[in-house]
Design a protein around this ligand. Sequence first.
Ligand SMILES: [Zn+2]
Ligand SMILES: [Zn+2]
Length: 250
Amino acid sequence: MLGASPVRPNPGGACSGYLVEAGARRYLVDCGTGVLSRLLCHADLADLDAVVISHAHPDHCLDLVSVRQSLAYGPGPKRSAALPVYVGAAAHPTIVRLGAAFADGSAPFWEPWLAFRVFDGAAALDLDGVALHVAPTRHYVPCWAMRFEHAGRVLAYTADSGPCEALATLAAGAHLLIGEATLMARDGHAGAWGHMSAAEAARLAAEAGAERLILTHYDAALAPELHAAAARHAGDRPVDLAREGEVHVV
Ligand SMILES: [Zn+2]
Ligand SMILES: [Zn+2]
């Protein structure tokens, strides 16, 4: 768990970011504000096989700029090839524009450090033996939830989403579901269907038959323990709060 904060980083925390290890493979899932700093506590950029970005909101992709700067100018081992970055077709132009804003003269910003691989969700992605299935979520911009399958184990991640049927299908039978829980409760957020409450995330876990649920993308100021209690009350699965730096075995 590299970053569990919502749109604003929680004090001392980071926005969305998860280091997923499968066998010898290492993937960075989302790269929000502050994630690189957390990642470097566990892995070097030279160790990463790829980055996967759920959508082009800053709390999920802004630290790609820091990743590029680090690859270009940082210390540590150098990569032998560009770092692959999987990004949805709708998010790609936004991230290209982000790089263009920092480009120096005619030199490109992202290349040769990052290599974007654009997906549209039509087929599962094969990340060197790790299957990555994606499904569109209910959010304010196009966003992709993810399902990683490796050696018979399944990790699902909602990314940013309101409740929607596609999530339960994607997360079916997951051994671990990382579910967003931005809202303390649906009360007062009737129109905010681009996010879930903790209880809604718990109901999703139950519906999907996920073995356990870790709540993420939550505001630390909103009494997160109460958040988790609400989820436990609404669902029937073990629930934990994502804590930056924690490791979970799927
Ligand atoms: Zn978002
Ligand atoms: Zn977000």
